[in-house]
Design a protein around this ligand. Structure first.
Ligand SMILES: C[C@@](CO)(OP(=O)(O)O)[C@H](O)COP(=O)(O)OP(=O)(O)OC[C@H]1O[C@@H](n2ccc(N)nc2=O)[C@H](O)[C@@H]1O
Ligand SMILES: Nc1ncnc2c1ncn2[C@@H]1O[C@H](COP(=O)(O)OP(=O)(O)O)[C@@H](O)[C@H]1O
Length: 284
């Protein structure tokens, strides 16, 4: 196989409980993540050297791109020369809590493994993924999962395919590391509803899902970033399940009706012309 094209999907966090901080600065978390259809497009080709081109949208080029680091790690572990061309069409907004960079990195690991006829097993891929970022292992599996530890302990759960969704991102960028530091300042935190969220997905009950959405980054960041609080209030006006994804600044709305999603998107696009707004759906 000379080349391969892969869709690298975004994720949303339906729950995100942040617990204690570890000695290395990372935090224990408990999060229910779900893949959505919104995706970057990655093409991997055999070449004479390692190169990377971003041909649509904006993302770091060269070694600063997680895809590059994933390719180097893969080649070393598989004991082959890193001679690949990596092409990225970037459609997932960056620094948004949608895991775009992590998903791209996982797609490179999976794609190269397929291209070279599976030299690495899932356990090794998981280890390489975890060394690239706490969110990366989830994207090896996709669908729906409960992720614990620092996010790298992935348990697959029953997902809910095809919930119409809207992804919205105001003009704000939040660094994940800074967002975690803000959580350490919180005196009180909401309960962890991850057990309940697993059941809400299993029973495909949108009301239950709405009841149990939670994200500690909302509590930590809304008081410091008024744009985020304002966005949350604005998006809740329609009465559908709505929350911030990961460490922000993207939000999602989940609906029971695709036509209503179109209507809401038209309104948001008129009210907030500079925001990123996209219609998508959950996928498993
Ligand atoms: C918050 C979450 C929730 O899904 O997603 P995003 O909002 O970034 O999408 C993840 O935990 C982000 O995972 P990821 O983006 O892979 O994190 P990494 O690159 O490994 O780490 C970035 C920084 O976040 C902090 N970090 C990350 C994970 C974790 N469990 N505890 C942490 O404290 C560390 O300060 C680290 O230096
Ligand atoms: N392939 C990539 N796509 C996007 N960002 C990347 C990529 N590789 C590295 N990065 C870096 O990672 C940072 C976080 O990006 P991203 O993964 O989109 O954030 P988040 O996890 O918050 O959704 C970016 O600011 C960028 O500098």
């Amino acid at each position: 196989m000379q080349s391969i094209i892969i869709n690298a999907h975004a994720k949303i966090n339906l729950t995100l409980y942040v617990g204690n901080v570890l000695e290395n600065g990372y935090h224990n978390i408990d999060t229910v993540m779900h893949t959505v259809e919104l995706h970057d497009i990655i093409t991997l080709s055999k070449a004479s050297r390692l190169s990377l081109a971003v041909t649509e949208g904006t993302a770091p080029s060269g070694e600063d791109n997680l895809m590059w680091r994933a390719a180097v790690l893969f080649a070393k572990e598989a004991q082959i020369e890193p001679k690949f061309h990596l092409e990225l069409k970037k459609r997932i907004p960056s620094q948004a809590g949608l895991g775009g960079g992590s998903s791209d990195a996982a797609a490179v690991l999976k794609g190269l493994n397929q291209m070279f006829d599976y030299p690495l097993d899932m356990e090794i891929l998981h280890r390489l993924a975890a060394s690239l970022g706490a969110d990366v292992p989830f994207f090896l599996y996709e669908g729906a999962a409960r992720c614990r530890g620092i996010g790298t302990d992935v348990t697959l759960i029953q997902g809910w395919n095809g919930i119409p969704a809207i992804i919205v991102k105001p003009d704000e960028h939040i660094s994940t590391a800074i967002a975690y530091a803000q959580i350490d300042m919180l005196k009180e935190k909401r309960n962890n509803f991850s057990d309940e969220m697993v059941l809400a997905l299993k029973s495909k009950n949108l009301k239950l899902l709405q009841k149990y959405l939670m994200n500690h980054f909302e509590e930590a960041l809304f008081s410091k970033h008024s744009v985020l609080l304002d966005t949350s209030v604005y998006l809740h006006q329609w009465g559908y399940p709505c929350g911030m994804s990961g460490s922000g600044a993207a939000f999602f709305i989940l609906l029971n009706n695709s036509a209503k999603a179109d209507e809401i998107i038209t309104t948001i696009s008129m009210d907030k012309p500079t925001w990123f707004v996209a219609k998508t759906e959950t996928i498993i």
